[in-house]
Design a protein around this ligand. Structure first.
Ligand code: NAD
Ligand code: UGA
Length: 483
C-alpha cells in the first residue's frame, strides 16, 4: 500500500540533520519538515535572524534556509510534539566512540540513538517510518525495532501505533554538503518493508535520478556506510605513507599521486597527502568496524583496519616532531603561526582536526602559537585545546617577547598580523586564502631564519623561496633535497 509522507521530523540538528533536512524541504514544498534537538542554543542559532549566525557553515546553506525556514522547514526543541505529528522520523543524532565501559575506545556509543528511539516509541501516533540517518553499527536497526515494539501494548492499540525501520546512511562531506545532497552519487535505502522503502524513495525522487537510488537489505546498508568511510580513510593513510617515503627518497608525492591516479582502476580523487585525516567520522567509523570485526571473531580483519588509524596518528605526530627538529630541536620560546584549525577547508568543524593534535604537541614542546582560521573563532579553539588564550583580544598586535608565553596561544583574526615576528608558519588547513599570501610582506615581518611548513601543498613554493623563506612541503622529497 502506498504510504504518502506529509510530515517529517528529524531528531538531531547537527552537521547532518540541519543541511539534509534543509535540502529535503527545498525540493519537497508539500512536506513539512521539522528539525528538533535537545540543544536549545543550537536551535536558537538555526532560528537566528542573521543568517551568518547559523550554527553550521556550509557553502549554499544560507540561501536554502532563507527560502524554506518558516515555510515548510522548522527548527524546534518541541521534540515530542513534532514526533507525534510525523509520518517519518529521521534519527540523525551523534554516535561518538564510547569513552568508558565495554568496547571503550572503539565501539560507538548508541545512547543518543536509543534515547531517540524511546521518544519515538512513546510519542508517535499511527504508522511511523523510522529512518536511521546516523552512522550505526551493523544490526542497530534490530535494537531500534525492539525498542519501538516494546511500547506499552494498551497504548499501542489505542493509538494504532506501528513502525517500519529503514537505514538511509548519509554520505555528504562537510564543506561540500549542499552540493553532495543536491547531486548525490547514490542514495542508499535499506529495509524490509517495500512500502516504507518506496515512501522514502519517492521523497528522493523529487531531485535524484531513479537509477541512483539503491535498495538493499538493512544490514548491507548499515555496513556499506562504515565501509565507504573506511575505504576513503584507507586511501588517505596509503598516500600519507607514500608521502613520508617520498620525503625520504627525493620523490614527490604529487607526481606519484598523478601517476597512479591516472589508472582508472585507482582513480585520482582522495589522493592528497596531508597532515592526516580528521573530522568526526573516519576514525570513529573505522574503530567501530574494528570493534565489530573482533566481535564477530575476525581479528585479522580488525587489525587490517586498525592500521589505517595507527598510520594516521603516526603521521600527525610525525609532522609536529619534524617541525621541532627543523627549528633546531626546540620550539620553546619560539612563536609559531598556525594557519587553519578546522579539519578541512570550507567548514567550521574542528572535531578531531589534525590541527588540534599538532597544536597540542607543539604547545607541549613549549611553543607560543598564534592561531588563525577564517571560520573557527577563539572560543571554539579554547574549548578544543582546553586552554585559555593569553591575549583575549582578537585584534592584538603581537610584538611581545614569546619567551613569556611558553606553551600558550593567542588568536588572530588577521593572517598578516598573525605572522608578525613568527619563527615559523605552519599551514594546517587548505583554506584558499592561504594559497594566495604575499610572501614578500610575510617574510619582512618574520624572525630570521624563518620557516614555512605547508602540510597541505597549497602554497606557491616559488614565491616562498623567492621571499628567502625556508620551505618544507608535505611529501616533497625533491624540495627537501634542494636545500
Ligand atoms: P552533531 O553532533 O553535529 O549533531 C547531533 C545532534 O543530535 C546534536 O545537536 C545533539 O544535541 C542532538 N541530539 C542527541 N541526542 C538527541 C536526542 N535524544 N533528542 C534530540 N536531539 C538529540 O552530529 P553530526 O555530525 O550531525 O552527525 C550525526 C550522525 O551522522 C553521526 O552518526 C555521524 O557519524 C553521521 N554522519 C556525519 C557526517 C558529517 O559530515 N558530520 C556525515 C555523514 C554521517
Ligand atoms: C567524510 C566522507 O567523505 C563522507 O562521504 C562521509 O559522509 C563523512 O565523512 C561522514 O561520514 O562523516 P568529511 O569527514 O566531511 O566526509 O570530509 P572528507 O572530505 O572526507 O575529509 C576527511 C579528512 O580527510 C579531512 O581531514 C581531509 O582534509 C582529509 N583528506 C581528504 C586528505 O587528507 N586527503 C584527501 O585526499 C582527502
Amino acid at each position: 500500500m502506498k504510504i504518502c509522507i506529509r510530515n517529517i521530523c528529524c531528531i538531531g540538528a547537527g552537521y547532518v540533520g540541519g543541511p539534509t533536512m534543509a535540502v529535503i524541504a527545498d525540493y519537497c514544498p508539500n512536506i513539512k519538515v521539522a528539525v528538533v534537538d535537545v540543544n536549545k542554543n543550537r536551535i536558537d542559532l538555526w532560528n537566528s535572524k542573521d543568517l551568518d549566525d547559523l550554527p553550521i557553515y556550509e557553502p549554499g546553506l544560507k540561501k536554502i534556509i532563507e527560502r524554506c525556514r518558516g515555510k515548510n522547514l522548522f527548527f524546534s526543541t518541541s521534540i515530542n510534539e513534532y514526533i507525534e505529528s510525523a509520518d517519518m522520523v529521521f534519527i540523525s543524532v551523534n554516535t561518538p566512540t564510547k569513552k568508558t565501559g565495554i568496547g571503550a575506545g572503539k565501539a560507538s556509543d548508541l545512547k543518543w540513538v536509543e534515547a531517540s528511539a524511546r521518544q519515538v516509541a512513546k510519542f508517535s501516533k499511527g504508522n511511523t517510518i523510522v529512518v536511521e540517518k546516523s552512522t550505526l553499527p551493523v544490526k542497530t536497526a534490530e535494537v531500534i525495532k525492539e525498542i519501538l515494539e516494546s511500547t506499552d501494548p494498551i497504548q499501542k492499540v489505542k493509538e494504532q501505533k506501528s513502525f517500519h525501520v529503514l537505514s538511509n546512511p548519509e554520505f555528504l562531506a562537510e564543506g561540500s554538503a549542499i552540493n553532495d545532497l543536491q547531486k548525490p552519487d547514490r542514495i542508499l535505502i535499506g529495509g524490509e518493508s517495500k512500502d516504507a522503502i518506496m515512501a522514502l524513495h519517492e521523497i528522493y525522487r523529487n531531485w535524484v535520478p531513479e537509477e541512483k537510488i539503491l535498495h538493499t537489505n538493512i544490514w548491507s546498508s548499515e555496513l556499506a556506510k562504515l565501509t565507504a568511510n573506511a575505504f576513503l580513510a584507507q586511501r588517505i593513510s596509503s598516500i600519507n605513507s607514500i608521502g613520508a617515503l617520498c620525503e625520504a627518497t627525493g620523490a614527490d608525492v604529487r607526481e606519484v599521486a598523478r601517476a597512479i591516479g591516472s589508472d582508472k582502476r585507482i582513480g585520482s580523487r582522495f589522493l592528497d597527502s596531508g597532515p592526516g585525516f580528521g573530522g568526526s567520522c573516519f576514525k570513529k567509523d573505522i574503530l567501530n568496524l574494528v570493534y565489530l570485526s573482533n566481535h564477530f571473531g575476525l581479528p585479522e580483519v580488525a587489525n587490517f583496519w586498525e592500521s589505517v588509524v595507527s598510520l594516521n596518528n603516526w603521521n600527525q605526530n610525525r609532522l609536529s616532531t619534524l617541525i621541532v627538529k627543523t627549528l633546531f630541536g626546540t620550539v620553546s620560546s619560539k612563536k609559531i603561526c598556525i594557519l587553519g584549525f578546522s579539519f578541512k577547508a570550507n567548514t567550521n568543524d574542528t572535531r578531531d582536526s589534525a590541527a588540534l593534535n599538532i597544536c597540542k604537541n607543539l604547545l607541549e614542546e613549549g611553543a607560543y602559537l598564534i592561531i588563525h582560521d577564517p571560520k573557527v573563532g577563539s572560543k571554539q579553539i579554547e574549548l578544543d585545546l582546553n586552554l585559555k588564550p593569553v591575549i583575549e583580544s582578537e585584534d592584538v598586535e603581537y610584538e611581545s617577547d614569546p619567551s613569556q608565553y611558553e606553551g600558550k596561544w593567542s588568536y588572530s583574526r588577521e593572517v598578516y598580523k598573525a605572522c608578525n615576528r613568527a619563527d615559523a608558519i605552519v599551514v594546517l588547513t587548505e583554506w584558499e586564502m592561504y594559497s594566495d599570501l604575499n610572501w614578500e610582506i610575510v617574510a619582512k615581518s618574520m624572525r630570521s631564519p624563518a620557516w614555512v611548513f605547508d602540510s597541505r601543498s597549497i602554497v606557491n613554493s616559488k614565491k616562498v623561496l623567492k621571499a628567502k623563506l625556508n620551505f618544507w612541503r608535505v611529501g616533497d622529497g625533491a624540495i627537501q633535497k634542494k636545500r
